[in-house]
Design a protein around this ligand. Structure first.
Ligand code: HOZ
Length: 431
């Protein structure tokens, strides 16, 4: 495979865009290489400007659960665009989108649209602070909730990949208001509650993590968080930007059987267009302006194109018979194939998967349950695996600390090709 056009394009982009990319995770810096510049995508495949085609497991970092350029989503965007791209005034689409989200996630009584997952978590935290009259927030090491100052403390995703979990530019005051606990370690949360009685506004977490790779919460941990928040009148926020409508129709909260007070969404609810949302208990949501005193706004919030793409996507997820069952089958097939490869080649690794989100961790450990476990992974080995996979036509996220996403467009042949490519890569790594 040649990547020459991408190499030239990246050299040019770096002259005009910081680091040549508009979001750090897109650079291949941590795996050493040149990011691919993408020309187009269809279904499960993505094509770069050199004409190379890959089976895509990035899926725009989560939104493309139907696969790329789904004809109904494309038609909805085109039809809506013909009527006007943005009005800065209410449209019927916004209420329809809100109703659809409420139908699929019953903990949401009322929902406010914003433009990204970052905006959703930032606004949810402000709302929780306004509602409780408290300042502190507990987040978990390795969880990523977008690039708000409050959450760039021990953060995952690109912040972890590029070694800046506590980024410069965040004021001491802001950092002081963010407390960090350990994922799957309830005692670390209990300690923070004891030390900060009646001061904690919110606990926020990825109910299944994707931003330090996929980690599954233990039942006692997630139940314990709900209990602690109830006892301390603290708002429990599930950041479902990645897991929302991804791991099941009702999102992670459905499979975990835990009802958060607020949820944040993004990615899938925009069908590939920029969008975010936060919603939850009526009593809390009623605190938002113009009804209540907590201010939050946006010129492009509830944008018609994003609403049309998102609503069409959500309706397809809701109404396609056996959608999540079928997605589970292909994802399980992939996991089984990857696990068989590991077993056959006696290669040490851990695969964590929930529905169509998965991570293959290159680790000597038997399980990966926390950031401490993630930090034991061999990122150099991952980088080599990533490159070999790419050369074999498989496009993975360019970091060990991310999730892979299977879409409804991934066929049995795609999965088979991926398993074979993975086998070849692992074999080469074994030497
Ligand atoms: N949550 C996404 C990856 N972990 C963010 C994508 C980005 O930062 O561009």
């Amino acid at each position: 495979m040649t990547y020459q056009k991408s190499i030239t394009a990246f050299a040019e982009a770096q002259k005009h865009i910081p680091g040549g990319v508009n979001s750090p995770v897109r650079s291949f810096r941590s795996v050493g290489g040149n990011p691919l510049f993408i020309a187009s995508a269809k279904g499960s495949k993505i094509t770069d400007i050199d004409g190379n085609e890959f089976v895509d497991y990035v899926g725009s970092w989560g939104p493309m659960i139907l696969g790329h350029t789904h004809p109904k989503v494309v038609a909805a965007i085109q039809e809506t665009a013909a009527l006007g791209a943005s009005f800065g005034a209410p449209t019927l689409l916004e209420t329809e989108a809100a109703l659809q989200i409420k139908k699929m996630v019953p903990s949401v009584d009322s929902v406010r649209m914003v433009n990204s997952g970052t905006e959703a978590t930032m606004s949810a935290l402000r709302l929780a602070r306004g509602y409780t009259g408290r300042d502190l927030v507990i987040k978990f090491e390795g969880c990523y909730h977008g690039h708000n100052d409050s959450f760039l403390i021990e953060a995952g995703s690109g912040a972890l990949t590029f070694g800046v979990p506590n980024t410069p530019g965040v004021t001491k005051g802001t950092a002081h208001d963010t407390l960090t606990a350990k994922y799957n370690d309830l005692a670390s949360v209990e300690r923070l509650f004891e030390q900060n009685k009646d001061k904690i506004a919110a606990v926020i977490l990825e109910p299944v993590t994707g931003n330090m790779g996929v980690i599954i919460p233990e039942k006692s941990f997630i139940e314990g968080l709900r209990k602690l928040c109830d006892e301390n009148k603290t708002v429990l926020i599930f950041d479902e930007v990645m897991t929302g409508f991804r791991v099941s129709k009702g999102s992670a909260q459905e499979i975990l059987g835990i009802t958060p007070d607020l949820s944040t969404f993004g990615k899938i609810i925009g069908g590939g267009l920029p969008v975010g949302a936060y919603g939850g208990k009526q009593e809390i949501m009623d605190m938002l302006a113009p009804k209540g005193p907590v201010y939050q706004a946006g010129t492009l919030s509830g944008n018609p194109l994003a609403m049309a793409a998102g609503l069409t996507t959500l309706r397809l997820l809701d109404e396609t018979p056996n959608f999540y069952e079928d997605l589970e089958k292909s994802s399980a097939l992939l996991e089984e194939g990857l696990q068989n490869n590991l077993n056959e080649l006696k290669f040490k690794g851990v695969i964590n998967r929930v529905g169509s989100m998965f991570t293959l961790f290159f680790t000597e450990e038997d399980s990966v349950k926390s950031l401490a476990d993630v930090n034991k992974c061999d990122t150099k080995l991952f980088a080599q695996y990533f490159k070999l996979s790419l050369d074999n036509g498989i496009y993975l996220a360019p970091s060990q600390y991310e999730a892979g996403f299977v879409s409804a467009a991934h066929s049995k042949e795609d999965i088979q090709k991926t398993v074979e490519a993975s086998y070849m890569a692992l074999k080469q790594l074994k030497g």
